[in-house]
Design a protein around this ligand. Sequence first.
Ligand code: C5P
Length: 425
Amino acid sequence: MQPNSLQPKRILLIVGGGIAAYKVLDLCRLIRRKGLLVRAVMTKAAGEFVTPLSLGSVTGDKVYGELFSLTDEAEMGHIELSRDADLVVVAPATANLLAKMASGLADDLATTLLLATDKKVLAAPAMNLRMWAHPATRRNVAQLTADGVTFIGPTAGSMACGEFGVGRLAEPPAILVAIETLLAGDTAIPLPEGAWADPADSGLRPLSGRHVLVTSGPTHEPIDPVRYIANRSSGKQGHAIAAAAAAAGASVTLVTGPVALADPYGVTAIHVETAREMQDAVARAMPCDIFIGAAAVADWRSGDVAGQKLKKSAGAVSELTLVENPDILAGVAQAKTGRPALVVGFAAETTDVIAHAEAKLARKGCDLIVANDVSTSGESPGGVMGQATNTVHLIDHTGIESWPTMGKEAIAERLVARLAAMLAQ
Ligand code: C5P
């Protein structure tokens, strides 16, 4: 059966075996909401991540698996299955699937269909960042691009394996935009904001040749050898910013307090404990083009750190004398020489978020403040600290821009894209 213009367009979705496979359920819902039809084919490995039942319930169609049974073949030949589609979408396109596609292997239904199709193919890769950066994958992507395959993503962010970098499946709404663009006959796929299709392509890496210095995480200020003053900062936002800046081509130095996160891929990480150590590390890492102070630096430290563990004395509470820590951000922003072109601060507030942020912009002398509400709720002690999402307002000398609640990676990508644009001006 050949599709005609009066029939809804049909997508043949090849689902590869990756942790991101669960996202294709959302993608199928979005595709069908647009009035398009979608039929899914799963590789054997995809079955480890989504079930034919869940895929079938969102496609509203039979799901074809690794083995093409005689009954299936009688109902619809495998060549017909691929010809029946207007567009073939591979999501997630794993490193293995891309390698098979690039070399024309056809050892299961998915790869046989990919070899048999004469329709446009859109691939949405998702894999570990080192697999994406590997020369073999780079070669396969280059070959497939030359063969006419269109790529969407991957994007930068945190991975299921706990690392940061380029390798995440493009978000389903961005894949849908790419599908509609290709169905409309256009081949220019707009990259989602902050996404870099090919890390080797310097044209898409707006911070190439720039040095970005990021502080992240809390600081720990010792009281005695076993106790310290700390806060609930997880470092997720600062680390995501460092990863996004690296993905945008910058050389990145990340000065981080104690966190339970892996160092982002491709950044130089310097581990510190206290505010004064952080200040020293920042001074040593200068100069930079952009300074982003995302760390929750302790405002105070103990003025008298005990050499031995303090003892409980009956009924009496030891007094703690606090002294103020150096303000690292203000020091960088107000430097007489070597001030970075852009200095960005964060404002974690629990009340009057915007008013405090405006005051901070002026007081610290930075170019941009990213303000967020860290007030606590019953469900999330510590508020946004440690959470995966954030709601921020950007305050600069021209006004306020409020962003919707987003994942910290998405905020990082958008912030980096905006800073790259500011720097280019
Ligand atoms: O003054 P406040 O802690 O609210 O300001 C927050 C901003 O200032 C953040 O960007 C933080 O990284 C930075 N800061 C700093 N050194 C300090 C205190 C805060 O760099 N001692």
